[in-house]
Design a protein around this ligand. Structure first.
Ligand code: GDP
Ligand code: MN
Length: 336
């Protein structure tokens, strides 16, 4: 297929070290992008940076997913700007829309209550569909079955630096399951019962907890309460074997049966973070400190040698990573 066996791009500067100029995908991996037709311009901005900073040397494919068919214009422009195959997938109805088992009257009451409290997306049903889909379905899409590793990309994000190595190969060689760039505290109002439900799941399935898991990232009192720390899931590089495992499958099904994706507004970020932290050992979760990344309004700007090596255009001092509302210093403390 297009891209897979291409030689390094003709005319690429001679100064690019040969080891950097890889000519084809080396891991069983793909980019995955859930996006609407109306976000075409914003996704093209993201794609241009992913390509220039990384993928024009590696040619990993892209899977675009949508609950509506992608427009011809969407396929033409996105296909034109990338250097690898693209797949455009329709999400099965039952993976997207609010299930009939949800009591719509109760869900509507809760949406209005969240809106009255000015919770972001408090009133939105599509946002809830999106969070549930990202939590438990993207890796079940037929187009995703052929892949093991994924890199999630959103519209309108920025990549500040060259990615000077293959993060998928890094994940594979180091047995990593989940990689992040930004972490923070969740709005408690969106997940009032998520931790109670999670504790009930752990009580029923203690066998699913990984030895040496990262519970200490999530809880400061041995699992009694959730400290609201989570990895920001608009950027993820992950191993879908984690989400496809019995442990996470049972966990997601338990959460889904509870209905909290609709009765509250559970985000895929806390759900993935709890899943990754409890069902992986802490050494399997990786902070990509060398990937310069921004999703409004926060960014990770690599520091020192990483900044130089990546030829980053963000300002080192302008990084959210060790500010008060980030959980990344807490993450680092797990290892001291
Ligand atoms: P935020 O980052 O939490 O503010 O949420 P976004 O609006 O960026 O949505 C997260 C991701 O899901 C983005 O990649 C969006 O393009 C995508 N997304 C959100 N809502 C929908 C939707 O209704 N349909 C589709 N196809 N994609 C959506
Ligand atoms: Mn977003």
């Amino acid at each position: 297929t297009k891209g897979r066996d291409q030689e390094p791009v003709p005319g690429s500067p001679a100064s690019i070290p040969h080891s950097y100029a890889h000519s084809h995908a080396k891991a069983n991996a793909t980019f995955v992008i859930l996006v609407r037709n109306s976000e075409l311009k914003e996704i093209v901005e993201s794609l241009k940076q992913v390509e220039d900073r990384f993928n024009r040397q590696y040619h990993y494919p892209y899977v675009f997913l949508n609950e509506e068919p992608f427009s011809e214009e969407f396929k033409r422009w996105t296909g034109e700007i990338i250097s690898s195959p693209a797949y455009y997938g329709l999400i099965p109805r039952e993976h997207w829309y609010q299930p009939d088992t949800i009591d719509e009257a109760r869900a509507a009451r809760m949406r209005h209550a969240l809106q009255a409290d000015d919770v972001i997306y408090g009133d939105s049903v599509p946002y809830r569909n999106m969070c549930r889909f990202n939590s438990g379905f993207f890796y079940k899409h037929p187009l995703m079955q052929q892949f093991r590793y994924y890199w999630r990309v959103e519209p309108g994000v920025k990549f500040f630096c060259d990615v000077t190595y293959d993060p998928f190969v890094f994940m594979e060689q180091n047995n990593k399951t989940y990689g992040f760039t930004i972490s923070m505290y969740e709005y408690e109002r969106t997940i009032p019962s998520l931790w109670t439900v999670t504790k009930e799941f752990i009580r029923r399935h203690p066998e699913h907890l990984a030895p040496d898991n990262a519970m200490r990232f999530l809880s400061d009192d041995g699992g009694n309460t959730y400290n609201l720390c989570h990895f920001w899931s608009n950027f993820e590089i992950g191993d879908m074997n984690l989400w496809r495992s019995k442990a996470y499958t049972d966990y997601f099904d338990f959460l889904d049966a509870n209905g909290g994706f609709y009765y509250e507004r559970w985000g895929d970020a806390p759900v993935h973070s709890i899943g990754a932290a409890l069902f992986s050992s802490k050494d399997q979760i990786h902070f990509f400190k060398d990937i310069g990344y921004r999703h409004e309004p926060f960014q990770n700007c690599p520091q020192g040698n990483d900044h130089r090596k990546g030829k980053c255009w963000c300002e080192e001092k302008d990084s959210f990573t060790y500010e008060g509302y980030s959980c990344t210093s807490r993450w680092d403390r797990l290892y001291v």
